[in-house]
Design a binder for this molecule. Structure first.
Ligand code: UT7
Length: 333
């Protein structure tokens, strides 16, 4: 297997994905459901975003609840019952203080360092990168990286620009210390930000709801995701033909299509589950991975290019060789 090691890695040492778990709320909200109380319709939503339905958490179900279920599922997938780091990427923590991750760790019954990470829709790739670096540095041995968001708690249900886009969900991976030539290895990752665009996706000071200047975000997302993904692929030593699957943040099907085109990747290499779950923010990439793995769309040894973009503005990409783990997928209210 080719692939340049991240500079901080000791020879042959890498963080390796060993488990994948997800949790989706059971309630499905279709485009037609939304059109009953919003000035929108299925044809617009489907053609402009690729979304057909999304999941919504029941009142009282929080990010922590979905994170615990996805985390437990990922540990089960890995065949493990402990870890020494719980990293929760979320924009919708259960409370402002303290972080949600320590209670997630306690509810999972693990004694671990635990913290939340706030990078909006790039949260999972940020979390994966930070946890991988901690593993290769020897700071921890086994990390649970969870992306969980309940955007139904921050989206204005009367704002058609955001209400049709976002869905609730959680996804998680287990990362362990291993070798760079092992399936599951995180070969290279890069992160970036541009705070001059902080007002494009924001909860304004006079809140309480999320606002998004969609058209502007769209343009930034296409350009930046393509640049970031290309850079990571090059650093991993991959040509476009080497990439088996492009797993981008599921913000908009048209964004994924455009980025793949810019990268010179055929459309059949694009992994997309946005039709079924919408934009699930930090949960988006692990949910897409699980969907693709269950469908047999990605298999052991496949070279995956992960790329995310979101509020902040933030972005990140990672080159990962898929380990062929069996995802465990949970559903709750
Ligand atoms: O996850 C973090 C990163 N987020 C993203 O990457 C999101 C990127 N942005 C997008 O995905 C798209 O910009 C949206 C899906 C949010 C919006 O699609 P768009 O094609 O950029 O629409 P637009 O905002 O430019 O609006 C076009 C028209 C407008 O009408 P006029 O002014 O042309 O008459 C909107 O009022 O579509 C109208 N519109 C809608 N019509 C029916 C906006 N939302 C809706 C709607 N249903 N839900």
């Amino acid at each position: 297997m080719t692939g340049q090691r991240t500079p901080h890695q000791a020879a042959d040492t890498a963080a390796v994905v060993t488990g994948l778990g997800t949790c989706l709320p059971e309630t499905v909200v279709t485009n037609d459901d939304l059109a009953q109380h919003l000035d929108t319709d299925h044809a617009w939503i489907q053609s402009r975003t690729g979304i057909e339905r999304r999941r919504r958490a029941a009142a009282g179900t929080g990010t922590g609840d979905l994170a615990v279920a996805a985390g437990a599922a990922a540990l089960k997938s890995a065949g493990r019952d402990t870890c020494d780091l719980v990293l929760l990427a979320t924009t919708t923590p259960d409370r402002r203080c303290p972080a949600t991750a320590p209670s997630v760790a306690s509810r999972l019954g693990v004694e671990a360092a635990a913290f939340d990470l706030s990078a909006v829709c790039s949260g999972f790739v940020y979390g994966l990168t930070v946890a991988a670096a901690m593993i290769t540095a020897g700071t921890c041995q086994r990390a649970l990286v969870i992306g969980a968001d309940v955007y139904s708690t921050i989206v204005d249900p009367t704002d058609r620009a955001t209400a049709v886009v976002f869905g609730d969900g959680a996804g998680a991976v287990v990362l362990e210390r291993g070798r760079a030539d092992q399936p599951g290895a995180v070969l290279h990752a890069e992160l970036g930000s541009d705070g001059t665009g902080s007002d494009l996706i924001t909860i304004p000071p006079d809140g309480p709801h999320l606002t998004m200047r969609g058209r502007e975000v769209y343009t930034h997302a296409v350009t930046t995701m393509a640049r970031s993904a290309r850079s990571v692929a090059e650093r991993a030593g991959w040509h476009p033909a080497d990439v088996d699957a492009f797993v981008g943040h599921q913000a908009n099907l048209r964004i994924l299509t455009s980025v793949a085109k810019r990268l010179g990747l055929p459309q059949e290499r694009v992994v997309a589950n946005i039709a079924d779950v919408g934009n699930t923010a930090a949960a988006s990439i692990p949910l897409a991975l699980a969907d693709a793995a269950v469908a047999g769309r990605i298999t052991a040894g496949d070279r995956l290019l992960l790329t995310a973009f979101g509020g902040g503005l933030t972005w990140g990409s990672a080159a990962v060789v898929w380990p062929g783990v069996e995802p465990v997928c949970d559903v709750r209210t």
